[in-house]
Design a protein around this ligand. Structure first.
Ligand code: ZN
Length: 309
């Protein structure tokens, strides 16, 4: 059985649309262009093909949709991050959908590509979707050379509320120094705004909402909830392995989340609402401030039921 796809109908043939379903699926050769795309997916890379006019098509096509010309055969790696152009929210996923929880079908233009591909975005909530949302692929651990090697895309961590890493590289201010002192002792120090009552961690000297100075220090527990996360496929000296997960974690009692690694769990099992606890290095290995963030190995799941966000 052959299933024509790219080839058009022969002259005089009557064309009708059919749905062909083969219980075991069917095997069809892909052609070199799609074949290359799928092979790269298996290796967790996304490539596009360049047209004669210099545009990069992702997913690649054998012919330029604008001119009908054959593409050049020059492949270029794109993304893996990209930008959502438009989407449709799926509140009740059906069997066969990529995710079993509400998600968005989105047109995503990967960085370096001139066309958009359709894929699922696991945004957790329809309100998280917006044009221009930055997303990254979440790869399956077992890949076979199929578009579903990308389980879906997840929002990038772009909500920089209090950029701990940037802060202490550029300007280790007094507030952050105090926070790092706390971490050296195995304690998360935050502060409560006397005006609006919000609790900030890391510690800060003034309320970003009210603008008033903050004087009340609070100790927070080392448990919290994952609010958003990103799966990283590039090695990082602080991370145990690739892929690793960086997350915004809202400590219990805090009103804003902080950035940390998540460990002790396969990357694909990390989810929004997951309950976690800081894993501290043993006391004899701890280092003093200002390097004390190293004392937190990562946050690991507590095993409690997920929290409502
Ligand atoms: Zn305030």
């Amino acid at each position: 059985m052959t299933v024509p796809s790219e080839a058009g109908p022969a002259t005089g043939e009557t064309v009708a649309d059919h749905v062909l379903e083969f219980p075991g699926g069917y095997t069809r050769t892909t052609g070199p262009v799609i074949g290359r795309f799928l092979t790269e997916l298996r290796d967790a890379r996304i490539v596009g093909v360049r047209t004669a006019g210099g545009r990069v098509l992702v997913p690649p096509l054998e012919h330029d949709p604008d001119t009908g010309e054959e593409v050049t055969g020059e492949f270029t790696e794109v993304g893996p991050a990209g930008t959502v152009e438009s989407w449709a929210w799926v509140q009740a996923p059906l069997p066969g959908h990529p995710l079993d929880r509400p998600f968005a079908w989105a047109l995503i233009r990967l960085d370096g590509a001139d066309t958009a591909l359709v894929h699922a975005v696991d945004a957790g909530d329809a309100r998280a979707m917006r044009p221009g949302l930055r997303v990254r692929p979440r790869w399956r651990a077992e890949r076979s050379g199929h578009i579903t090697d990308i389980e879906g895309f997840v929002p990038e961590v772009t909500r920089i509320v209090s950029p701990v890493r940037a802060d202490y590289r550029l300007r280790p201010g007094r507030a952050l120094a105090r926070f790092l002192e706390g971490v050296a002792d195995g304690v998360f120090l935050g502060c409560r705004c006397g005006s609006c009552g919000k609790v900030y961690v890391p510690y800060r000297l003034s309320c970003p909402e009210c603008g008033v100075p903050i004087t009340e220090e609070v100790r927070l527990p080392d448990t919290g909830t994952v609010t958003t996360f990103a799966i990283n496929n590039l090695p990082d000296p602080r991370a145990p392995e690739v892929p690793f997960v960086s997350a915004y974690i809202q400590l219990d009692g805090a009103d804003i989340p902080m950035i940390a690694l998540v460990g002790g769990v396969p990357a694909h099992e990390v989810r929004q609402g997951m309950r976690v606890r800081a894993v501290w290095v043993p006391p004899e290995e701890r280092v003093p401030a200002p390097h004390s963030m190293q004392n937190i190995r990562w946050f690991a799941p507590t095993g409690e039921p997920d929290a409502e966000l």
